[in-house]
Every structure is written in structure tokens, then in C-alpha cells.
Design a protein around this ligand. Structure first.
Ligand code: NAP
Length: 298
């Protein structure tokens, strides 16, 4: 029933490689965890709801006995939670070979994180910005290692305006999502630039349109919902299919040493102009350091 996109073109396995995967308990994250477990990875399922994550472990184990699965608490809407997760990782993990920044919220009404950031920018960008930087030394020590940033094709409609980035005035959930996904792209490019020569590569991806719970905040009229159900199934991918580009960027040997590029349909795609604004990427980095109080180590 679902629309199908390409499957990951490599059969590479990653035994003994540790993958930190955010938002692993459902949707694309859970499907990514199944695929990476089949490829023998040691996966840290970094989730805000650890009970849901334990259920996900059972779900994965019904599909494969391969790989190792570890559940850890991580709430990307709280800098305190991110810090405590990272301290645990730094102290107790020998290496982090792949960090997959997958978790996300979409199309939400105006809400704020624990630290007062608009929720979509706060979770999708600032939370992952803080997480990635706090794990950076471990990623560098584990080089060659990778960061995979899950963005969206919708980043093309995004805009970063520092005057309105954290205000509820004229807030629109769709634009808020697009802006946060553009922030993912600008972050990925800037991070790749700052990590040149370290052996840590950065890949940014779009999964395609996938049937998940991302749209849970969109309030459709029941009649509209019934009418769009069948076309939606035809247009959307299953999570198992939608996670293939993430998996490709996490495991493909041919991507070692390649960095700062965008992928969709399991192959490289050109960045849209809006993501190629180097000044904006640098300004967003500075803004993110300032609001998260990150002590910059890069
Ligand atoms: N679905 C699509 O068509 C599509 C298209 C383009 C891009 N994407 C991107 O794909 C990624 C995964 O989304 P999805 O479609 O799989 O949606 P989903 O099914 O709603 O999954 C989102 C995941 O993020 C987690 N999450 C949300 N807020 C969090 C927080 N504060 N701390 C930690 N984890 C949190 C969720 O945990 P809970 O279960 O606890 O809420 C869930 O595990 C997102 O970055 C999204 O932007 C999706």
C-alpha cells in the first residue's frame, strides 16, 4: 500500500560500532534502530520516555537478535537532561562511532522547552546542537566517526530571523517546523566546516514523506481525515522504507571522509540556496552557543 523509495544500496554491517540514536522509540527512529541492529550495531536508544523505549527493544528483538540495544533517558527539551545524558556517555562509553540526530517534533502549536526556547527550534535544532557539542570530544576520539542530521525537504521553505526566532507573535506551527529544519541544515554545514581534518564527518538527510506520528499536532477535521487517508497511504512511505537514507549515511563505507553534504533517496542531492548562506550558518552557531550557554570546545 505504501509508496516505496529506494533501499540502502550497501549491505555493510557495523559490528562493535556504537550508535547514539535520538528519538528511537517510534517512527523513523525505531525503524532506523531495527535496520542498524540487523547490521550488528551497538545502539544507544536515547529517548525521553524510557518505558516506550523498553517496548521498542522488545519490538526490535521480535525482528532481529543481532546487535546490542541499550536504553538511556534523553529529553531534548531540557538542557539539564541533555547534559546528564552526555556526562553518562562521556564517562561510561569507550567510543561513539555514529550520532544520529533523528528526534523531532512537527507542526506544533506554540510551546516552550524547559529552558524557554520555542519547542520546534528548541528540540529539533538547539537540543541537538547542545547534544552534538557535548559529545564532540568523544566523537573526535572515535574518529573516523559520523554525525547524521535528519532534516527534511521542507527546509527549503524555512527562514531564520533572529528577531522572531523565539517569539509567539504571529507564530505558525508549519513555518516553525520549516525554520527548525533549515536550522538542521545550516548546523550540519557549519559543523562539517568546523570539523574539517578531525575525522568526524557530517551528513544531512531528508527521509521523504513517511507515515509516522510527526503530524500528531495537526488538527484535521474528521471528514477531511477520512478523505485524505487513502491518498496519504499512497503518497507516504513506511518508516522501514523512509529510514533508508539515514541508514545509508550511518553505514556506507564510501562516505568515509566525505562531509557536509545533503542526501535523499540514498544518494547525494544539491543543497538549496537557502542552506548555502555561510554567514547565516555562522550567526546561527553563535546564537545557539549563546542561548544554550555552551562552553565552546570546537
Ligand atoms: N515523517 C516524515 O514524513 C518526515 C519527513 C521529513 C523529516 N522527518 C524527520 O524525521 C525525524 C523523525 O520523525 P518521525 O517522522 O519519525 O516522527 P515521530 O514518529 O513523531 O518520532 C519523533 C521522535 O522524536 C522524539 N522526540 C520528540 N520530542 C523529543 C524530546 N523532547 N526529547 C527526545 N525525543 C523527542 C519522539 O519521542 P516521543 O515518542 O516520546 O514523543 C519520537 O521518538 C524528525 O526529525 C522529523 O523532522 C520526518
Amino acid at each position: 500500500m505504501y509508496r516505496r523509495g529506494p533501499t540502502c544500496p550497501t549491505k555493510a554491517t557495523i559490528p562493535r560500532k556504537t550508535v547514539v540514536l535520538t528519538g528511537a522509540n517510534c517512527g523513523l527512529g525505531r525503524a532506523t534502530a531495527v535496520e542498524l541492529a540487523k547490521r550488528k550495531a551497538r545502539i544507544i536508544l536515547a529517548c525521553r520516555d524510557t518505558r516506550a523505549a523498553e517496548d521498542t527493544v522488545k519490538y526490535i528483538r521480535r525482528r532481529t537478535k543481532e546487535g546490542e540495544l541499550i536504553v538511556k533517558k534523553l529529553d531534548l527539551a531540557s538542557l539539564k537532561s541533555i547534559k546528564s545524558f552526555c556526562l553518562d556517555m562521556v564517562e561510561n562509553e569507550k567510543r561513539i562511532d555514529v550520532l544520529v540526530n533523528n528526534a523531532g517534533v512537527g507542526y506544533c502549536p506554540f510551546m516552550r522547552t524547559d529552558d524557554g526556547f520555542e519547542l520546534q527550534m528548541g528540540v529539533n535544532h538547539l537540543g541537538h546542537f547542545y547534544l552534538t557539542n557535548m559529545l564532540m570530544e568523544k566523537l573526535k576520539d572515535s574518529a573516523p566517526s559520523r554525525v547524521v542530521v535528519v532534516s527534511s525537504a521542507q527546509y527549503r521553505k524555512g527562514k531564520i530571523d533572529f528577531d522572531t526566532i523565539n517569539t509567539d507573535k504571529d507564530y505558525d506551527g508549519r513555518s516553525g517546523y520549516f525554520n527548525s529544519k533549515l536550522a538542521n541544515c545550516l548546523f550540519a554545514r557549519e559543523l562539517a566546516k568546523r570539523l574539517q581534518g578531525t575525522g568526524v564527518s557530517v551528513h544531512c538527510i531528508r527521509p521523504g514523506m513517511v507515515f509516522t506520528r510527526l503530524g500528531r499536532h495537526v488538527d484535521y477535521h474528521p471528514v477531511i481525515l477520512a478523505l485524505i487517508k487513502i491518498p496519504v497511504w499512497i503518497m507516504l512511505r513506511s518508516p522501514a522504507n523512509g529510514c533508508q537514507t539515514t541508514v545509508y549515511c550511518a553505514v556506507a563505507k564510501e562516505l568515509e571522509g566525505v562531509t557536509g553534504r545533503f542526501y535523499g533517496e540514498c544518494k547525494e542531492e544539491p543543497w538549496a540556496d537557502v542552506a548555502l548562506d555561510d554567514k547565516l550558518a555562522n550567526d546561527l552557531w553563535d546564537y545557539s552557543v549563546k542561548v544554550t550557554n555552551l562552553v565552546e570546545e570546537l
